[in-house]
Write a protein that binds this ligand. Structure first.
Ligand code: SIN
Length: 295
């Protein structure tokens, strides 16, 4: 496959926007940035507005040394608007139902792990989450990184002919393949929040394959390897190679950034402009994370 090379002075620039209230340092040429020198619970409204714009621009932001409680995580997330539906868990407690544990124990050895394929969060829902916020509590000494890919940049780097062909298409997103793979490897059913959530997640939803970001107007590909199961109006033989090509195209290293987690870190990403995967490479160590997703 033709490799697309990027550089800060090339067709795309991940440089920080002009900010007055926050300090932002880009992570990679393609996407991602660190926000420096602030604690999330202390963000003023002006700083939060800049933070939100930076998240849409860089697609992924992270901050070190936050050490938030469930209450602080929940309160910060709520500033982005209503919480999204979560099909997989019922949350850490009745008070913080929207704070979802993502924990892999040291003795849990599995080839399939929650989030370990390239995906966008819960696209089988009729209204998939816009933003995901992830908090690190316990991290393996090495491994357990998260990697993101910029789907808006990937769309921009396709030929105009391919872009025009993709724009009218609808992709069917379903949890069925993911559940089948996870269940085969684990030998037990994948946990869903309820039986109704499981049935609806398997049925899935057809979404525009090229989506327009409601805040920036950017077009981005909405395809992944975990949940995309077909394209409306196409046969399996037609849609499968196209979906595989698009996932390979999006996830080439030139469109990605990678985060090595530290305890106390927070990272958040815009599902409307990125895919991500959690590296499943730390058997023997515990990883404890908490996630919220926004409508
Ligand atoms: C997720 O896919 O939402 C979780 C990613 C991670 O655990 O790094």
């Amino acid at each position: 496959m033709r490799e697309v090379r990027l550089s800060p002075s090339g067709a795309f620039d991940n440089a920080a926007l002009e900010h007055r209230h926050i300090k932002v340092e880009p992570l990679a040429s393609a996407m991602g940035a660190e926000v420096i020198g602030l604690r999330l619970p202390d963000l003023s409204d002006e700083a939060f507005a800049e933070f939100r714009a930076a998240l849409c621009h860089h697609k992924m932001l992270f901050l070190r040394g936050q050490d938030l409680s469930h209450a602080e995580h929940h309160a910060f997330a709520a500033r982005f608007g209503p919480f999204a539906e979560d099909a997989y868990t019922q949350g850490v407690s009745s008070e913080y139902r929207e704070v979802q544990p993502i924990i892999k124990e040291a003795d849990h050895r599995s080839k399939a792990m929650f989030g370990s394929g390239w995906h966008t969060d819960s696209p089988f829902l009729a209204s998939p989450p816009s933003i995901t916020i992830l908090r690190a509590v316990e991290i393996p000494p090495y491994g357990g990184d998260t990697v993101w890919a910029n789907t808006a940049l990937a769309f921009r780097m396709l030929s105009p002919a391919m872009q025009d062909m993709l724009r009218p298409l609808k992709v069917r997103m379903s949890a069925s393949n993911n559940a089948y793979t996870q269940e085969k490897v684990a030998g037990k059913p994948l946990a869903f929040a309820s039986d109704d959530s499981r049935i609806a997640a398997f049925e899935g939803t057809a979404h525009p394959l090229v989506r327009v970001h409601p805040e920036t107007g950017e077009e981005a590909l909405y395809v992944d390897e975990v949940y995309a199961v077909g394209i409306d109006g196409m046969t399996e033989e037609e849609s499968r190679p196209l979906l595989e090509f698009l996932t390979r195209h999006i996830t080439q290293h030139g469109f990605t950034c990678r985060l090595r987690w530290e305890p106390g870190m927070m990272a958040m990403w815009d599902n409307r402009g990125s895919l991500h995967l959690a590296a499943n490479d730390y058997d023997g160590y515990r990883r404890e994370m908490y996630r919220t997703t926004m409508a």
